[in-house]
Design a protein around this ligand. Structure first.
Ligand SMILES: N=C(N)NCCC[C@H](NC(=O)CCC(=O)O)C(=O)O
Length: 445
């Protein structure tokens, strides 16, 4: 019998993808503010990643984009009248209109934290939608994310959904981007929660850029997901690297099964993190294979620039692993040399695959940001809405759907165009039918 597996659910880029510089602390976002974007290309690049990984035998699925511009948010902020009038009035506040129009829901590593059933006391897969309250444009995602996850993982025998934590700074939660799970898929493993700061203060904190994840938020998720204390580890991200642009832990570390691939400066006390992980996995009779990248081989600045660690580490049938890195990592001679050596010498990670995600990367979203990984048993897999699972046919349908509905050029000035709102709604209405999601968007209620 085939055993548990990791399924990667990738966010499909939405039709309003543009560059607005909305994410202070995310240097790519700031750098590309007001550049022209190409939403059609962005969506195609994401789809090609999904297709190529699915073709290579890695289980793959898709999560839909959200409705943007988000008119309910503008109404909540006092704009009134017809949709057209609201957009025209909001156009006087370009940053606000950008925020309610951002396609940021594509980065589904921030959609939720997911714990596999092998780790939770009640034997179910637990989901907590991330509140993303550090950035207004991202905080808008939680409601639709909840509706989408409930539509895809509907069977209460297998799936337990938790609403986002209260949306206050104390409980800032950015989902799976600050969460890793070590250990074999079909046995209890160790869940690693990485927070940026203590929400009540008093501990070390970054000085320049915000820490988006709090310790208190991670603690709440550990309780909600019914995780055993001896199989969880709560550690602090190095505040100094947040100040260098590492706004989520998945910009500096990635794990899969027994392997943790991370930068020397990723954690506040990296040596202790490694020792504790090794000890905890040993208690489960499991190995730990840390791969620490020294700063004298790859600097933190180069890690941020190339997104080396925002890669996907995927298990192959032959027991070895493939590392999926962005094109930017190949372009950097030092990082590429490091990767070549790794693949030649590591023994487990022996294959490097490069994907072109330039459109997403310019907003700080690499291969790992675009995916939410979910470990599922065979029964759980069969309970997933099958229409979101990547197939040759779904890939063709989605590619044609993108070609039909997406523009190939978009910037902040285009967002007030009422035609864009109509294009988005027409497209999303079709998509919900294609993926059999029911009515998950505000305009469908
Ligand atoms: N690391 C992970 N898992 N995700 C990356 C998220 C990128 C996203 N960028 C943005 O939201 C930029 C939008 C803009 O500026 O237009 C963010 O900063 O939250």
């Amino acid at each position: 019998m085939k055993r548990s597996m990791e399924v990667n659910f990738d966010g499909l880029v939405g039709p309003t993808h543009h560059y607005a510089g909305l994410s202070f602390g995310n240097e790519a976002s700031t750098r590309h503010r007001n550049h022209d974007a190409n939403p059609r290309l962005a969506a195609q690049q994401g789809l090609l990643k999904m297709k190529s990984l699915s073709d290579a035998g890695f289980p793959q699925a898709v999560l839909p984009p959200h409705e943007r511009p988000h008119l309910p948010a503008l109404r909540q902020l006092g704009f009134s009248g017809t949709d057209g009038q609201i957009l025209a009035a909001a156009a006087r506040y370009p940053q606000l209109l950008s925020a309610v129009s951002s396609a940021s829901a594509m980065w589904v590593a921030n959609a939720a934290t997911v714990s596999p059933s092998a780790d939770s006391a009640d034997g179910r897969v637990h989901f907590t939608v991330a509140n993303l309250n550090n950035k207004f444009h991202r905080a808008l995602e939680a409601k639709t994310t909840g509706a989408v996850l409930a539509a895809i993982f509907a069977d209460g025998r297998y799936f337990q959904h938790h609403p986002p934590l209260p949306s206050v700074a104390l409980l800032g939660d950015e989902g799976a981007a600050n969460h890793s799970r070590l250990g074999r898929y079909d046995e209890p493993g160790i869940q690693l929660f990485v927070y940026g700061k203590d929400g009540y203060g008093g501990g070390a904190e970054p000085g320049r850029y915000p820490a988006r994840q709090t310790r208190e938020a991670s603690e709440a998720i550990i309780r909600l997901h019914q995780l055993a204390p001896e199989r969880t580890l709560l550690v602090q991200q190095n505040p100094a690297v947040i100040d260098e642009g590492v706004f989520h832990n998945d910009v500096i570390a990635v794990s899969n099964e027994q392997v943790l691939f991370y930068h020397q400066h990723a954690f506040m006390d990296g040596v202790s993190v490694r020792d504790r992980l090794r000890r905890r996995l040993a208690l489960l009779q499991q190995d730990f294979l840390p791969v620490e990248v020294p700063a004298d081989r790859v600097s933190v600045a180069d890690a941020v620039q190339t997104y080396l660690f925002n890669s996907q580490l995927l298990s192959r049938q032959d027991g070895h692993m493939t590392l999926v890195v962005p094109e930017e990592a190949r372009r950097d001679a030092g990082v590429w040399r490091y990767l070549a050596e790794l693949a030649a010498e590591n023994g487990v990670i022996d294959d490097i695959r490069v994907v072109d995600l330039r459109e997403s990367m310019r907003n700080g979203g690499g291969p790992a940001c675009l995916r939410l990984r979910i470990i599922l048993t065979q029964d759980e897999y069969r309970a997933v809405n099958p229409r979101v699972l990547m197939t040759e046919y779904l890939f063709l349908q989605l590619s044609q759907w993108v070609d039909r509905h997406y523009r190939d050029r978009l910037n902040q000035q285009d967002l007030a165009d009422p035609a864009l709102l109509n294009e988005v709604r027409t497209a999303l209405d079709e998509l919900t039918q294609l993926l059999d999601l029911g009515s998950v968007y505000p305009f469908q209620q």
